[in-house]
Design a protein around this ligand. Structure first.
Ligand code: GRF
Length: 236
C-alpha cells in the first residue's frame, strides 16, 4: 500500500453521518447511496429507517450494506411515541443529519425540535407552491410553466422551512403527472446529494428564512418557458 490512504473513511475522517427516513420505493435514498459511494463525498449513511416493513427502500439499503431499522407507526399509541422511537434509533446510530427521503409521515414538533437545523426534506415542487400530496396533478391543473423541486430544512409546518436549493423544471403541455413527475425526479436526484454535500462541507448557514451557501452563487440566466419554435421564428 502506498503512503496515500485509499480508504475513503481514512481520507475523510469527518464524514457526516446520515440517517435517512423512507417509506416507499427509495429512489431518493438510491441517489444518496450512489453519491456516498464516491470516495470524496463528505457523508455516509449510518441508518435507513422506515415506517413501512416491506418498503423497497429497505432492500436498496441492505444491498448497499447499510444498516436498516423498521419502526412501524401503526404499533405506537401516538405520533409522539412513534417519533420518540425513531429519534432514539437515529441517536443510537450516531446520525448527525436526518434526511427525509420519500418519508410519508408528518413529524411531531418534539422530533423537529430534537433535530433542529439537522433535519432536511426534499419536495417535488418549487415551494412554497404546491405543498402536500398530488403535486404533479395540481401543477398540471394550475397551468404554470415551471415546476421543480426544493430541498429545505424542516420546521414545524408541512413542506416548509428555509430552502437550501431548488431546481426549476419546465412543464410541457403534453405532460401527464407521470411524465412530469419523472422529469422532476431526475432533478431531485441531483439536488439532494448536492444539498447534503454542502451541509457536510460546513458551507450552509440558516439566516432567518434564508439559507446562505458559501461558494455558491445565484444562477446567472433566467429560464423562459415556452421558447419560440424555429418554424414560427422563420415566418417572421
Ligand atoms: C420524491 O418525489 C420526493 O420529493 C417525495 O417522495 C418522492 C421520492 O420517493 N418526498 P422515493 O424516494 O422514490 O421513495
Amino acid at each position: 500500500m502506498s503512503g496515500k490512504a485509499s480508504n475513503p473513511s481514512t481520507r475523510l475522517p469527518s464524514r457526516l453521518n446520515l440517517g435517512v427516513l423512507v417509506s416507499g420505493r427509495g429512489s431518493t435514498l438510491q441517489a444518496l447511496i450512489d453519491a456516498c459511494a464516491a470516495p470524496d463525498y463528505p457523508a455516509r449513511i449510518v441508518l435507513v429507517l422506515s415506517n413501512v416493513a416491506g418498503a423497497a427502500a429497505l432492500e436498496r439499503a441492505a444491498k448497499a450494506g447499510i444498516a436498516t431499522a423498521v419502526v412501524e407507526h401503526k404499533t405506537f399509541p401516538s405520533r409522539e411515541a412513534f417519533d420518540e422511537a425513531m429519534r432514539a434509533r437515529l441517536v443510537a446510530a450516531g446520525a448527525d443529519l436526518v434526511c427525509l427521503a420519500g418519508f410519508m409521515r408528518l413529524l411531531s414538533p418534539a422530533f423537529v425540535e430534537a433535530f433542529a437545523g439537522r433535519l432536511i426534506n426534499i419536495h417535488p415542487s418549487l415551494l412554497p407552491a404546491f405543498p402536500g400530496l398530488h403535486v404533479h396533478e395540481n401543477v398540471l391543473a394550475s397551468g404554470v410553466r415551471f415546476t421543480g423541486c426544493s430541498v429545505h430544512f424542516v420546521n414545524a409546518e408541512m413542506d416548509a422551512g428555509p430552502i437550501i436549493v431548488q431546481a426549476a423544471v419546465p412543464v410541457d403541455p403534453s405532460d401527464t403527472a407521470e411524465s412530469l413527475g419523472a422529469r422532476v425526479l431526475g432533478a431531485e436526484h441531483q439536488c439532494y446529494p448536492l444539498a447534503v454535500r454542502w451541509i457536510a462541507e460546513g458551507r450552509v448557514r440558516i439566516k432567518g428564512v434564508r439559507v446562505e451557501v458559501d461558494g455558491a452563487a445565484a444562477a446567472a440566466a433566467p429560464l423562459i418557458n415556452p421558447q419560440p419554435t424555429s418554424s414560427i421564428s422563420a415566418k417572421k
